[in-house]
Design a protein around this ligand. Sequence first.
Ligand code: C2E
Ligand code: MG
Ligand code: MG
Ligand code: MG
Length: 290
Amino acid sequence: RAKDGGGNRYELADPDSDARAIDRHSLTNHLPGALERDEFFLEYQPLIRMSDGRVDGAEALVRWRHPVHGRLGPDRFIPLAEHTGLIVPLGRWVLEQAVEQARRWQRELKEAGIERSLKEPLRVNVNLSPRQLHHPDLVPDTVAVLEAAGVSPDSLCLEVTESALIGADEDELKPLRQLAELGVDIALDDFGTGYSNLANLRRLPATTLKLDRSFTQGLQRHPADPVDVTFVGGIISLAHALGLRVTVEGVETEAQAHQLRQLDCDTAQGWYYARPAAPKDIPACWADSA
Ligand code: C2E
Ligand code: MG
Ligand code: MG
Ligand code: MG
């Protein structure tokens, strides 16, 4: 129920959904050359540390400036890119751009003499699709991109959906484990949707759990739905007990933010704090005053 409600609400609020009527052919025809034509661009959405409200990092979210239909959101073309295999070069492009952006932000911070009270560097989050996850070059490519930019592995968080890891055996988890050992953060995205298996959590090389936006909805009411509070609070406690950090997605109201602080959530992301935006429009950049 919560999931359906969340999905519908999102579609209504999403400007990208104007494109819903676009026929598949037009996308299929234009997609293969889109990377060479430089039609993709990234927006970034800040992740806020709940303990003090500071910006912890930002998630890179890809968009397509379609020659005919204008701006399209990832839900419109990522599945197709995944299907055709374009996701591999596109994903690598996203990774390069995002890591380069991390380098730029880190340098700006340094030049501005802004000390971050966190020991960790400012981080960018990059979404990985299943096809990338199973590509043999994932580890060497990621290492190469980090080295080329000269940023440390803990400047990067790779987001993988839980469903992409369902049924993965130890061999299939190895690349992620290697990246985690190098210091790259691994987040389980959209956690709680699909086939959540709490026991499975123990064997995944994840450092962070991103609780899906559908669970945030129930925290919005006054008073919040006690079942949702118990549920979200329970997941957070369990994750902490397993040594995982928790990020909650889709925080849209002050009431939700307040509730999540009470529940000891580590980081939050959502329209209440900031919408995805071009790097230059990310407010107050990363200053501790944010
Ligand atoms: P996601 O990784 O779960 O990203 C969060 C989505 O929630 C984003 O949608 C974001 O704009 C949206 N969102 C953020 N805050 C709020 C809020 O407060 N309320 C609501 N209703 N929505 C919020 P977006 O940008 O349309 O991306 C959709 C999905 O596309 C992402 O979900 C991710 O799975 C995928 N995606 C985006 N960029 C990439 C990419 O570079 N590579 C791959 N493989 N997938 C990507
Ligand atoms: Mg994500
Ligand atoms: Mg997510
Ligand atoms: Mg999500």
